[in-house]
Design a protein around this ligand. Structure first.
Ligand SMILES: Nc1nc2c(ncn2[C@@H]2O[C@H](COP(=O)(O)OP(=O)(O)OP(=O)(O)O)[C@@H](O)[C@H]2O)c(=O)[nH]1
Length: 484
């Protein structure tokens, strides 16, 4: 999980506060001190941390809270809101629209991950139906065109560049013209980087920008610079009209929190974060869900949204219905494991589930997690239909466990491990459903959930009324009652 260390410290601080017998000024103070330490360690600027602490204190006046108020909830909400404020640039970025040609120009220092990010950005949009193309206007670094060409070929996106031409403006203009004619709706122009913010770099950027008139200029920066991101982002903003920022290498740096908050302070919206070298390792950046995940509160709408991108449309209503019924069978777990690989990395998905601390899937452990899931699936391949479709753990008697172990060539211990994991996930899912119910007001819930569902799925479920009744049925089951 991105920022696992920071997320772990923040959620620990909140958990300690939540488990205190009495929440008083001391407990609040200790919680805020822990949060402050964690943010400073992530290289968030001192003034920002101090302001955040003061704002939480102002929002949580323990003495003035009416009797019976849930103080823990008030504190959590204040921390959540203030972290969101810290990361919010306050304005949305331009978003390309399918079928409407647009030019997006990438700028940044050398080595920031610009070229890799151009490729990931093209791939991201290609997956959701855009027709992207890549133009290499980097004539400064020998090998830049080859790198872009390789990247473009990998994702099967058309590219344009030249080994001979040394004028980046000419290449950029030719590339944009060519791809406009070919009806590409997302023309991505990769520009040169330099080791430092030099006048020549800025001048070249300005010329390419003037000649291609981009709809959006994306500034790419490496998260390892932490709060120094403020000065770098400002310098680029003063030279070209930066409309959005992508912060890369969030997978490897403890200073990512500092970089994100510093960029937000320049009022440039961060739209994606880079979380690895591969084509799929680009995550949407949305402040509230991001903070929710950081604090271990999950991001269910985000997860549903991702799931909807990979679950075949005709299977969505059925999956939704089965999930909402709370009937979490081994087959359901198997199918979800199959979908996982398509959705994203395991750490990313787990962090979207409420109640999962980012530390449960620390950096470097994701590969182990993936191998484990493959093992689980091999064992489930040796199960009978009855075993896969039962939600009754008592069915799994010793003889069945031994048979599955033998059939899959795994030790019995592995089968037991897998069944334990199943029970844990089933319980967790049942808790999620309970929580959805408990956060009560079926109406609000249904409305909230409906916003994250694709319209066609909502229609198939029977609109908001159908969703509400699904939720009610689920709830009745959970409470052991019949339909209401
Ligand atoms: N771990 C990690 N590595 C990344 C990420 N993004 C890029 N990289 C790596 O960072 C290095 C530099 O990336 P490039 O895309 O070549 O950087 P660039 O900014 O285009 O560099 P120039 O073309 O020289 O200006 C490469 O090894 C990339 O694989 C990321 O999000 N995470």
């Amino acid at each position: 999980m991105v920022l696992a260390q920071l997320g772990g410290s923040l959620s620990r601080a909140l958990a300690r506060m939540t488990s205190a017998t009495v929440v008083d000024e001391k407990v609040l103070g200790d919680c805020l001190n822990e949060i402050t330490r964690a943010l400073l360690q992530a290289d968030v600027q001192f003034d920002m941390v101090r302001d955040m602490q003061a704002s939480v204190k102002r929002a949580v006046d323990l003495g003035a809270l009416a009797a019976g108020t849930d103080k823990r909830r008030v504190i959590k909400k204040a921390v959540f809101d203030e972290l969101c404020n810290m990361l919010d640039a306050g304005k949305p970025a331009f978003a390309p629209k399918k079928g409407k040609p647009c030019v997006v120009m990438f700028v940044g220092l050398q080595g920031s991950g610009k070229t890799t990010t151009c490729m990931k950005y093209a791939h991201y949009h290609q997956k959701i139906g855009f027709k992207p193309a890549l133009v290499c206007a980097d004539t400064f670094r020998a090998g830049a065109f080859d790198q872009l060409k390789q990247n473009a070929t990998k994702i099967m996106v058309p590219f344009y560049g030249s080994y001979m031409e040394s004028d980046p403006v000419k290449i950029a203009v030719e590339g944009v013209e060519r791809f406009r004619k070919e009806n590409c709706d997302l023309i991505i122009v990769d520009t040169s980087g330099r080791h430092k913010q030099e006048a020549s770099l800025f001048e070249e950027m300005r010329q390419v920008s003037e000649a291609t008139k981009p709809d959006l200029v994306i500034f790419v920066m490496d998260s390892s610079i932490g709060q120094a991101a403020f000065a770098q982002a400002q310098a680029f903003r003063q030279s070209v009209p930066v409309g959005a920022v992508i912060v890369t290498k969030m997978d490897g740096h403890a200073k990512g929190g500092g970089a994100l908050s510093a960029v937000a302070a320049t009022k440039s919206p961060v739209i994606f974060i880079g979380t690895g070298e591969h084509k799929d390792e680009l995550e949407d950046f949305d402040v509230r869900p991001f903070v929710g995940r950081l604090l271990g509160m999950g991001d269910l709408p985000g997860l549903l949204n991702k799931a909807r991108q990979v679950v075949p449309t005709d299977q969505q209503p059925d999956l939704m219905k089965r999930l909402m019924e709370g009937n979490f069978t081994l087959r359901l777990m198997y199918e979800q494991f199959q979908n996982l690989g398509k959705i994203g990395s395991i750490g990313q998905i787990f962090s979207m589930l409420p109640g999962f601390s980012s530390e449960l899937m620390p950096q470097g452990h994701e590969k182990q997690g993936e191998a484990k899931i493959k093992r689980y699936m091999t064992m489930m391949d040796s199960m009978t239909d009855a075993e896969l479709d039962s939600a009754d753990p008592k069915l799994m008697k010793e003889s069945r466990i031994v048979r599955i172990a033998r059939g899959s060539g795994r030790p019995v211990k592995d089968v037991l491990d897998m069944l334990e994991e199943y029970k844990r996930l089933a319980k967790m899912w049942s808790n999620v459903i309970k929580r959805l119910r408990k956060s009560n007001k079926g109406n609000t819930n249904a409305q909230q959930i409906s916003k994250s569902l694709p319209p066609e799925l909502l229609t198939q479920i029977g609109g908001i009324g159908g969703l509400r009744s699904l939720l009610n049925q689920t709830v009745s089951k959970e409470m052991g009652g019949g339909d209401r």
